[in-house]
Design a binder for this molecule. Structure first.
Ligand SMILES: Nc1ncnc2c1ncn2[C@@H]1O[C@H](COP(=O)(O)OP(=O)(O)OP(=O)(O)O)[C@@H](O)[C@H]1O
Length: 258
């Protein structure tokens, strides 16, 4: 078994008196593609936001490889991470959001080159070469000089994927990347993510409501309920033979919705 690249060790996240993540133990192996499914409010997005350092934790430890994410090890004990540590750790992850979040006043090309030039210290020429390669990969080579509002939602989301990949992350996080799209645009985005999963040894963690896609793309599916993993299994097993009553109810409800 290969080593884990993400590890949640008894992680708790509270918002006031509401416990959103409840002593969660969760591991992802290097190169693994893992999908998180579950009811609204079960904490799925929070897991991704904690990993992207957008949300802090209340208790427990999150590990990225052999380093703690929200802590630093000093003289043998764990202390809260400094901003510099968080920044360094965040560089290993890329995230694609539900609402694209592109910079509206920048062209597609500039959206993709901005972070590699400013944060990654690439030259403008190197960043442009990398952006052009990525635009080709997501099928948008001819849109480089457009602005986000001139693109369809599906195209914007493909730019979002290229932008996240431009920093060469080890781990890609996808937070319901198709849920803001019109149904006819969902396929083009899922195709790009599927291709990425197939052709690269990136570690991928996805939150999605697209059950068929989850089944196709993942090595493992985790069903979340109230801040914990209620059940996890290979997709064929989880979708055809769920063990837990709660998983069965959820799958029945979402599959009937379609
Ligand atoms: N910043 C916040 N302040 C207070 N409560 C929050 C905050 N962010 C999330 N929550 C609450 O935490 C719970 C889990 O939210 P989260 O977005 O992780 O759920 P989810 O499983 O991704 O749901 P969905 O499928 O609807 O996106 C919800 O009850 C939500 O209202």
């Amino acid at each position: 078994m290969s080593e884990s690249i993400i590890k949640f060790d008894k992680v708790v996240k509270r918002f006031g008196s509401l416990t959103v993540i409840d002593e969660l133990d969760f591991e992802v192996k290097r190169g693994e593609k893992v999908t998180i499914i579950g009811p609204s409010g079960s904490g799925k997005s929070t897991v991704l936001r904690i990993l992207m350092t957008l949300e802090s934790i209340s208790d427990g430890v999150v590990w990225i490889g052999d380093e703690p994410l929200w802590h630093e090890q000093k003289n043998g004990s764990m202390v809260p991470a400094s901003e510099a540590h968080l920044r360094k750790m965040r560089g290993q992850l890329g995230m694609v959001f539900q609402q694209f979040n592109l910079f509206p006043h920048m062209t597609v090309l500039r959206n993709i080159t901005e972070a590699p030039v400013r944060v990654g210290k690439l030259s403008k020429a190197e960043a442009k070469d990398r952006a052009e390669e990525l635009l080709q990969m997501v099928g948008l080579s001819d849109q480089a000089n457009k602005y986000p509002h001139q693109l369809s939602g599906g195209q914007q989301q493909r730019v979002g994927i290229a932008r996240a990949l431009a920093m060469r992350p080890k781990i890609m996080l996808f937070d319901e990347p198709t849920s803001a799209l019109d149904p006819e645009l969902v396929g083009e985005v899922l195709n790009v993510i599927g291709q990425l999963a197939e052709e690269h040894d990136l570690t991928m963690l996805l939150v999605t409501h697209e059950m068929r896609f989850a089944r196709e793309v993942s090595d493992r599916v985790c069903f979340f309920d109230r801040g914990k993993i209620k059940e996890e299994a290979a997709p064929d097993e989880l979708f055809t033979n769920p063990k837990e009553e709660r998983t069965r109810e959820f799958l029945k409800a979402v599959l009937e919705e379609k």
